[in-house]
Design a protein around this ligand. Structure first.
Ligand SMILES: C[S@@+](CC[C@H](N)C(=O)[O-])C[C@H]1O[C@@H](n2cnc3c(N)ncnc32)[C@H](O)[C@@H]1O
Length: 412
């Protein structure tokens, strides 16, 4: 007798019912790439009975719980054989080349080189089933067009620029090592290890690795070796409101994740990548989390000054004092208003000429006068309204850019 609910019709019905719920979701389990990945994982002694690859309307591809999961339950336990770490790279055909190369390359570069090389190997790569489910492109800021980055708040633009330079510098300084791999390839290594491939590998590591500390290897530089690519487990999306326990268990030799909260059947299971604000999430992972309790709006000191009267003769001195005493960075608005640091900076900037000698007291948190308190609060409100308007304008421009990009694609 056919088992109830296991047939194709009921599978189709189930898929359809996901689509009709409030936030739609569609199973990806039946896709060829996931069938291949499951076979590959099974050979490495991993089988999953709790989760299912699913595309969610609000978060994209992630993992859905196929049964209700209780706090403290082990939700995933991925054997060491499935993990891709610097041990994997050193054991591979790249190992000899890495050991010979001086000065030693970083653990991050070793992983990038391996990913690029395996991706290039295509069907011949033993990692193909994993590589096939990896995103083809990323949305981290380092991948975005300059005209899109220019729409972001200034402090984030600066971080994005810093990140872009860091990645480009790493690529340029790695060319020598990539050339040393020439004998492994029939084509010119410049066509294998090009910037686009490097960016893809760098983003794969930046957005998908789990933290796993490895002992320092002599053939690698002393930079922290804390990465592990964890196939399948890396399909878990982030929520700032959940907490999980995740670590490599030396006894079971598995990378394990335990929930500390309840997850209902057919809901997306999340993990938390860390207490990151939305700037950090966008910069490092290419997305923002709605209702993020860690959200903060960063205000550059120059934009504070734009809102102050230009006639203040002590302005330059005030700015130097703020910079000298560490009050020029990480000035933020959070859900509950301006941070103490931002408000203190505003109080100093709002000091009248007769109050200026009290600047030290302001930085220590003392109240100077009712006028100073009032002025700084009014200014804080003004700045907040200004940034709300600026964000609305940037979002509007973003929509225009997206619409014109879409029409260019459909015209092509
Ligand atoms: C570890 S992967 C998670 C799986 C990924 N969604 C996938 O399809 O392979 C991390 C990436 O997933 C996406 N992501 C994670 N959490 C998200 C969320 N809450 N909302 C939207 N995208 C999210 C981001 O693109 C991030 O860089």
């Amino acid at each position: 007798m056919k088992k109830k609910g296991r047939g194709r019709t009921s599978r189709q019905r189930r898929r359809k019912s996901f689509r009709t719920s409030e936030l739609s979701k569609e199973s990806e389990n039946h896709k060829q790439e996931f069938i291949e990945l499951r076979k590959w994982l099974k050979k490495r002694k991993f089988e999953d009975h709790n989760l299912r690859p699913t595309r969610f309307s609000n978060t994209g591809r992630g993992l859905m719980a196929v049964k209700s999961l209780q706090p403290g339950e082990l939700i995933i336990s991925l054997p060491k054989e499935c993990l891709l770490t610097t041990d994997t790279v050193i054991r591979s055909y790249l190992g000899d080349y890495i050991t010979k190369w001086m000065p030693p390359i970083s653990p991050l570069l070793a992983l990038c080189a391996f990913l690029i090389s395996e991706k290039h190997a295509g069907n011949k790569s033993p990692w193909k089933p994993y590589l096939d489910v990896l995103p083809k492109a990323y949305t981290c800021l380092v991948c975005l067009e300059p005209e899109v980055v220019r729409l972001l708040p200034r402090p984030l633009q600066m971080k994005a620029e810093e990140q872009r330079m860091q990645v480009q510098k790493l690529f340029i300084s790695s060319r020598g090592f990539f050339s040393s791999l020439q004998s492994l390839f029939t084509e010119d290594v410049k066509h294998v290890f090009h910037y686009h491939a490097f960016l893809w590998a760098w983003c794969t590591i930046n957005t998908r690795t789990v933290y796993m500390k490895h002992a320092q290897k002599q053939c690698l530089s002393a930079e922290p070796d804390v990465y592990a690519l964890a196939p399948y487990l890396d399909l878990l999306n982030h929520s700032p409101r959940v907490w999980v326990e995740a670590a490599f268990n030396e006894e079971t030799c598995c990378y394990e994740i335990r929930t500390t909260s309840h997850c209902k059947k057919f809901e997306e299971l999340f993990i938390c990548y860390g207490p990151h604000d939305n700037h950090r999430l966008l910069l490092e992972y290419g997305f923002v989390a709605s209702n993020n309790p860690h959200s903060a709006v960063y205000i550059a000191i120059d934009s504070l000054v734009d809102h102050l009267p230009s006639v203040d003769k002590q302005m330059n001195k005030k700015i130097s004092l703020l910079k000298e005493h560490g009050f020029s960075e990480n000035l933020t608005f959070g859900w509950d208003g301006p941070s103490w640091k931002l408000l203190t900076a505003l109080k100093l900037l709002c000091l009248g000429p007769e109050e200026f000698t009290c600047w030290k007291k302001v930085l220590l948190g003392e109240v100077i006068s009712d006028t100073n308190e009032q002025k700084s609060l009014v200014l804080s409100r003004q700045i907040c309204s200004y940034f709300i308007e600026e964000t609305k304008t940037a979002l509007h421009k973003g929509v225009i850019l997206e619409t014109s990009a879409r029409s260019e694609v459909s015209a092509a």
